[in-house]
Ligand binder design. Structure first.
Ligand code: BG6
Length: 491
């Protein structure tokens, strides 16, 4: 299926929820503001609440005031946007209650219909069935599924099977919002448009790779959800593995969705399974205790509101991942992600191997590694660390490490970096699936994570403590030190 007409009915299930109000409505507003929505597009909010169009518009307007910068909330665009917004109350699990939704849809056969499930995955099957039974689906319909889809391979298969009864894979858009980040997409351009990197991107030239996704925030009142997931399911199974795939994959034959996704799947399949013994050497699992973040005292995970004293959930994971293929044999990919770390930072650091023979002063040998730092957020950009001669008559052939920096917001005319959801919604509207996760990707990612989480279950050890505001348990530093490496910010 390909949606060619950009005017569509965009139906958001869970329209009163946090995701819809914090991310989807603001993203759709930005698309309208950039005149990318199509004149006849309608946004139909669906939830159980008994609202009407006006009250729902008021709720959306309040969210826009909160989540869109004032200077971007231009009055004319706001009026245009709110004119497109409607509301329809539906009890998601009751087929009869979909009649009203059907009546509000544009029934022309060609009309593109996008059904966004911003709800728990446990009801994706039920919504799909009820939409189909009540004839809300035409040949130009698609569904957008939010993560987490299940909490392991088995449960994710259940959800995917239920949805697959009513929609084929070309109609299913599985969101990993990291794929919508401009800088994440730029990985493809950086790697495959620049011969300079293309020829160096392998085990002959790269010694190791770091992928850090650090957050300052804790679990933000989501204890109930988070405690069942933990950092492994919440961040590693999806965002970090996607970043790893884009960093490690072979060049796709072209930029079509399936070519890109085929290459990502090859990486996931080549990931070395983590055995029980490797849990001690290749994995660190942590949980924050109270501490200071930016100088402000914050409670520990177990002191957060709603905490269950029996919890054994991790808020930090660091893994030495290995990819068993020709390109990456012997190159560790150190993954690290955690809540309540000192800063919000998503960054990929490629460490190149040193020169085979060092002709400069021995005391400078430690400088001799080029690094490419791909800064995904914030201060999006790229920096290449190179060695220069230190300037001056009396410096001899002293070396100095310097950076070639490209800061995206300073370098590009349009200095507003769009939110990931804007890009993703636009791609759904245009029928492009390359930024969405195919079912086999989800399965291979779960497979790798499940094995590791099974070992944790058998070990039944508490996660290692780390003070909020630190970079995680010391063991995460030691894991690299044993290999003669260190995390980028420690260098
Ligand atoms: C979500 C996780 O997928 O990603 C959250 O569920 C996390 O726990 C968020 O905070 C991080 O996203 P971003 O775009 O702020 O890095």
């Amino acid at each position: 299926m390909s949606i060619v007409n950009t005017s569509s009915d965009i139906v958001i299930f869970g329209a009163m929820g946090d995701l819809a109000q914090r991310k989807l409505i603001p993203a759709l507003f930005q698309l309208e503001s950039a005149e990318l929505l199509g004149q006849d597009t309608r946004i139909i909010g669906v939830a159980r609440h008994d609202e009407d169009n006006d009250s729902f518009c008021n709720i959306c307007e309040a969210s826009l005031n909160k989540f869109v910068k004032t200077h971007e909330l231009e009055a004319e665009a706001l009026t245009r946007f709110l004119a497109k917004v409607e509301y329809c109350p539906v009890n998601f699990t009751e087929a009869d209650s979909y009649q009203e939704l059907k009546n509000s849809l544009d029934m022309s056969a060609e009309r593109a219909r996008i059904f966004y499930y911003a709800t728990p995955a446990s009801i994706y099957g039920s919504i799909s069935k009820n939409l189909t039974k009540s004839n809300c689906i035409n040949t130009n319909s698609c569904v957008v599924l939010e993560k987490p889809i299940g909490h392991n391979l088995r449960s994710s298969n259940e959800v995917n099977d239920q949805v697959a009864e009513y929609f084929d894979e070309t109609q299913i858009y599985r969101i990993d919002h990291y794929l919508g980040k401009e800088t994440v997409q730029n990985l493809i351009a950086l790697r495959f448009a620049n011969p300079l990197f293309g020829s160096q991107w392998n085990q002959s030239h790269i010694s190791h790779v770091e992928i850090t996704v650090a957050e300052k925030v804790g679990i933000e009142g989501r204890w109930g959800y988070f405690d069942k997931a933990g950092q492994m399911r919440d961040m590693v199974q999806n965002h970090l593995l996607q970043l790893l795939c884009l960093t490690a994959m072979d060049p796709p034959d072209d930029l079509s969705a399936d070519m890109i996704r085929n290459e990502k799947v090859k990486v996931l399949k080549a990931l070395r399974p983590i055995s029980a013994e490797m849990c001690n050497t290749h994995v660190v699992r942590g949980r924050y205790t109270k501490g200071l973040v930016e100088g402000n005292p914050v409670p520990g995970y177990m002191d957060e509101e709603g905490a269950n004293p029996d919890s054994n959930t991790e808020t930090f994971v660091s893994i030495k991942a290995e990819i068993n293929n020709w390109r990456w044999a012997g190159v560790p990919f150190y993954l690290r992600t955690g809540k309540r770390l000192p800063e919000k930072l998503s960054q990929i650091t490629i460490h190149f191997k040193p020169q085979p023979h060092f002709i400069f002063d021995e005391s400078q040998r430690h400088l001799a590694q080029n690094k490419l730092i791909i800064r995904l957020q914030p201060e999006e950009g790229i920096s290449l660390q190179i060695l220069n001669k230190d300037h001056g008559l009396n410096k001899g052939m002293r070396l100095r490490s310097e950076s070639l920096n490209l800061n995206f917001s300073q370098s590009f005319e349009q200095n507003r970096i769009p939110d990931a959801y804007e890009r993703l919604l636009l791609e759904v509207i245009q029928g492009n699936q390359y930024l969405f996760v195919r079912r086999d990707e989800v399965e291979h990612a779960w497979n790798w994570c499940d094995q590791l989480m099974e070992h944790w279950k058998h070990e039944n050890k508490a996660p290692l403590p780390y003070a909020a505001g630190s970079w995680g348990p010391k063991a995460a530093d030691l894991m690299l030190i044993k290999d003669g490496n260190s995390w980028y910010e420690d260098q």
